[in-house]
Design a binder for this molecule. Structure first.
Ligand SMILES: Nc1ncnc2c1ncn2[C@@H]1O[C@H](COP(=O)(O)OP(=O)(O)OP(=O)(O)O)[C@@H](O)[C@H]1O
Ligand SMILES: [Mg+2]
Length: 292
């Protein structure tokens, strides 16, 4: 749904009033609540969506919430990898990462993309602070073992140290986190950004984690599934309906739900102000997951 001022001004007065009352009832409940927003995929590439995303994040903060952004950057990493004459290979939606692709991933994720999101937030009068999982020892990682292949420098999360983030949000900053972690072995690890977002939400005791991506939500035969349970999504993975990058996303969502995060959603980042409609209206968009 495109909700710009133009469309709003066309609404009849009582509908506007209804929308406002609906939104206000949510706003009260969100004060000082942490919401982790995973920003990823092709949704991050188009300029107009980048600006509306940053505006929404700053708006959430001005309403008293504590937004924390975790970003991916698959398409940009793939593009940069190609420019360096290397090929991107995936297994179960995870990027096989040798030392050269690790360097490219870190450069693109913690450099270009991270700073661009921070700059967009700053341009909307927020105060963004960019970091990777190395900063403040935020993400302790270890090499991920896979039964069929050596994934290289693909990491799994051992521990999140949330102190830095908690300090920043209290002081009015908006943290922007790239999915790069560090191991006890001193190695750098590339971690799936959905996994980072869900572990971050658990460590921060977030009320919500929202996954913005380049599709409407979980799709089956071109139709959006607006709500699914744990068993249903596990079956969809088994059947191959959920595949590729959607697998770590759904697994991350289940991890968050099983560890105290109340609400987890997938929404489409190519929908203007999707975060706002998800948070402040009765009729959310995308897919909501629940345990039962
Ligand atoms: N059942 C499904 N419903 C919707 N999308 C699916 C499904 N199965 C696989 N996908 C794929 O998952 C993709 C989303 O995951 P992807 O990893 O590409 O993006 P992202 O996680 O938003 O971004 P990034 O990986 O850069 O953080 C979709 O574009 C789609 O191709
Ligand atoms: Mg992904």
């Amino acid at each position: 749904m495109k909700t710009n001022n133009d469309q709003l001004s066309k609404l009849p007065a009582d509908e506007k009033r209804q929308l406002l009352i609906e939104a206000l009832s949510y706003i009260q409940g969100f004060r000082k609540k942490i919401v982790v927003i995973k920003y990823g995929g092709a949704a991050m590439v188009q300029e107009e969506f980048k600006v509306s995303f940053a505006r929404d994040i700053v708006l959430l903060q001005s309403l008293g919430m504590y937004p924390v952004v975790v970003h991916g950057g698959g398409p940009e990493v793939t593009e940069a990898t190609k420019q360096y004459g290397l090929e991107s290979k995936f297994i179960d939606g995870l990027r096989i990462t040798d030392i050269s692709s690790l360097k490219i991933s870190e450069m693109v994720l913690s450099g270009t993309i991270n700073k661009e999101i921070v700059a967009n937030i700053n341009a909307q009068d927020g105060i963004g602070v960019g970091m990777s999982g190395k900063d403040g020892r935020l993400i302790l990682a270890a090499k991920m073992e896979h039964p069929e292949a050596d994934l290289g420098y693909v990491g799994e999360i051992v521990r999140i140290n949330p102190e830095l983030i908690l300090t920043l949000i209290e002081k009015g900053y908006i943290p922007v986190i790239s999915p790069i972690g560090m191991g006890k072995d001193g190695n750098t690890y590339n971690i799936n950004a959905d996994t980072v977002a869900s572990h971050m939400a658990v460590a921060l005791k977030a009320q919500k984690v929202i996954f913005m991506t380049d599709v409407k939500g979980i799709m089956r035969n071109d139709e959006l599934i607006d709500h699914a349970t744990r068993n249903e999504v596990l079956e969809l993975i088994e059947e191959g309906v959920i595949s590729g990058g959607m697998v770590p996303k759904v697994r991350g969502m289940l991890h968050a739900l099983e560890n105290g995060v109340e609400r987890v959603h997938i929404i489409c980042g190519m929908d203007h102000h999707a975060v706002i409609s998800e948070l402040f209206t009765d009729k959310g968009t995308g897919t909501m997951l629940t345990i039962i």
